[in-house]
Design a protein around this ligand. Structure first.
Ligand SMILES: [Ca+2]
Length: 161
């Protein structure tokens, strides 16, 4: 390479980009535990995969599946392709009700998982000592007490004529 004066220009190297750009977002493969009632804490466990590596998990909570707020961000320093992150979520300050929890995952390139499955949890601080829907039936001296949840008991009474 030379200019019109015959001076040799300095050869400039193009910086070669050897690492392929990561454009594939991570995929959340599971959020645990399974749906159910929880009183004081929920031991959350999320799993995700990525073609390069998962860098960050974010657990989020919502009551309407529209507005989500972060519960916890978890950075994975080793950025594994098959990643799992757990968090013991203290729900003691949450009101009773139905909540949805989901997880997002980011890779090192900033791609975020697009499909974010959620799990439905019922936060319930009320101890289950009050049965609902109590029914008492009396058939020929056999009194049966039933309620909607829990075990049934039968009380057999001799009818007094
Ligand atoms: Ca990726």
């Amino acid at each position: 390479m030379s200019d019109i004066y015959g001076n040799k220009g300095e050869y400039s190297h193009e910086i070669e980009v050897s690492t392929l750009e990561d454009t594939n977002p991570p995929v959340i493969t599971s959020v645990e535990p399974e749906a159910g009632r929880y009183a004081n804490n929920i031991r959350l466990l999320g799993r995700a995969t990525d073609d390069v590596g998962v860098k960050t998990f974010v657990f989020q909570i919502s009551q309407d599946k529209i507005n989500w707020s972060d519960i916890q961000n978890i950075d994975l320093t080793d950025e594994p392709k098959n990643a799992r992150a757990s968090y013991n979520f203290d729900i003691s300050s949450y009101d009773d009700g139905i909540y949805y929890i989901r997880s997002k995952a980011y890779d090192a390139a900033g791609n975020v998982s697009s499909i974010k499955p959620y799990v439905e949890y019922y936060i319930d601080h009320t101890p289950p000592n009050t049965p609902t829907g109590v029914r008492v039936t009396n058939a020929q001296g056999n009194i049966t007490i039933e309620w909607d949840q829990g075990e049934e008991i039968e009380i057999f009474l001799k009818s007094v004529d």
